[in-house]
Design a protein around this ligand. Structure first.
Ligand SMILES: Nc1ncnc2c1ncn2[C@@H]1O[C@H](COP(=O)(O)OP(=O)(O)OP(=O)(O)O)[C@@H](O)[C@H]1O
Ligand SMILES: [Mg+2]
Length: 361
């Protein structure tokens, strides 16, 4: 459905400033009907990638194919304008027009777009699109007289009204409060899945990405560092950046030999023995179990001292000193702990992930 090959965007530096490589040789494929997400921190090149696919930004290199036809190719000097790409887009700010009603906002692409529709069709298609986002009763309201969540739905209806072959969503939930965001996550995924629309979603929120996506691409500084299902990127990160970005992790440096990794606080046994040499062991805080007494598990039990704790209901987030290392551990919220108390930590071998040591980590 969508194929992106070696996409590159370099912004020329202004007044002698250095050039910014916003997108650096990015390649991925999105299958028909797939919910595909670009995830990464602010400034990693997500919007630039999306805008290049939309035709709103001109890349400096690479190739983009949509539904089998080339819409951009640097080598062949092909550049199909945005209004010929049959895409729906919701921008990072919803960009709805404040002087228009809800109806006129959604009708805008049908009336002013490249594929303008016959007048009789406009009403039916706008009302169909509004029904999809459950706003059919709001058609005549001025757009500013809506809540943030409703405005976000107007933007979504406008993106869907032309029955696009590909829907591009750029952080559409970032302006909503936490509760509404949770509800909209589920709604958007159900809606596009029921319509069978291929969706390319952009977010910096790893929970949002995991809850909504079939496939996640993790980006760092203009490059893809990992691609996979939500389970792949969360449970099986292949690099320290992904491990750290996908949720709270302990990143422990060590030297690997076989399944034994020598760290500053002792030998950690792991199941994977793929790498020898300098590694980082990734251990999520909630896989560590902490006991007040020494347990009889043979391997991977380390004595530590509780340094700090904060009670957050579902668990107690704690920091435990083990040797010279400070490990983040989720403690049982039904127990009471005292700062400074001695704890025995068990790190299960099958829940450790070993990744190569990176220069910056
Ligand atoms: N018009 C521009 N001129 C120069 N540099 C730009 C321009 N637009 C973006 N950049 C730079 O390109 C890089 C990528 O920007 P981009 O907007 O794609 O990031 P993003 O991943 O969408 O971030 P965010 O999560 O903050 O929206 C950033 O370093 C940014 O400063
Ligand atoms: Mg952005």
């Amino acid at each position: 459905m969508l194929s992106v090959r070696n996409l590159e965007k370099v912004y020329a530096g202004r007044q002698g400033g250095s050039a910014a490589r916003a997108v650096d040789s990015v390649s991925f494929d999105v299958a028909k009907g797939e919910f595909f997400t670009l995830l990464g921190p602010s400034g990693c090149g997500k919007t630039t990638t999306l805008q290049s696919i939309a035709g709103l930004e001109t890349p400096t290199g690479g190739k983009i194919e949509l539904g089998g036809s080339t819409v951009y190719c640097s080598a062949e000097a092909i550049l199909v304008p945005a209004n010929r790409r049959n895409l729906g887009m919701v921008f990072q700010s919803y960009a709805i027009w404040p002087h228009l009603t809800v109806f006129d906002n959604v009708a805008f692409p049908l009336v002013h777009g490249a594929k303008s529709a016959p007048k009789g069709d406009v009403r039916r298609r706008v009302m169909d699109a509004l029904a999809l986002v459950k706003l059919q009763d709001y058609a005549n309201r001025p757009a500013p007289h809506l809540s943030g969540g409703q405005q976000q739905r107007v933007a979504l209806a406008r993106a869907l009204v032309n029955e696009p072959s590909l829907l591009l969503l750029d952080e559409p939930l970032s302006n909503l409060d936490a509760k509404l965001r949770d509800a909209m996550r589920v709604e958007i995924r159900q809606l596009v899945k029921s319509l069978g629309i291929t969706t390319l979603f952009v977010t910096h929120d790893q929970l949002e990405a995991m809850a909504m996506s079939d496939t996640i691409v993790v980006m760092q500084a203009g490059r893809i560092v990992q691609k996979g299902t939500p389970q792949d990127v969360y449970l099986r990160p292949t690099n320290a950046f992904t491990a750290d970005f996908m949720g709270r992790s302990n990143l422990v440096h060590g030297m690997a030999k076989g399944d034994a990794i020598t760290t500053s606080f002792g030998v950690v046994r792991t199941e994977r023995a793929a790498i020898d040499g300098a590694v980082t062991v990734v251990v999520r805080p909630h896989v560590i179990t902490a006991s007040k007494q020494r347990t009889d598990v043979v391997a991977n039990v380390f004595e530590g001292q509780l340094r700090r704790q904060s009670y957050i209901g579902d668990s107690i987030e704690a920091e435990v000193t083990v040797g010279t290392e400070l490990l983040r551990v989720s403690l049982d919220p039904y127990q009471t702990f005292v700062d400074g108390e001695r704890l025995w930590l068990h790190i299960p071998a099958d829940r450790c992930v070993v990744v190569p040591r990176e220069a910056q980590s």
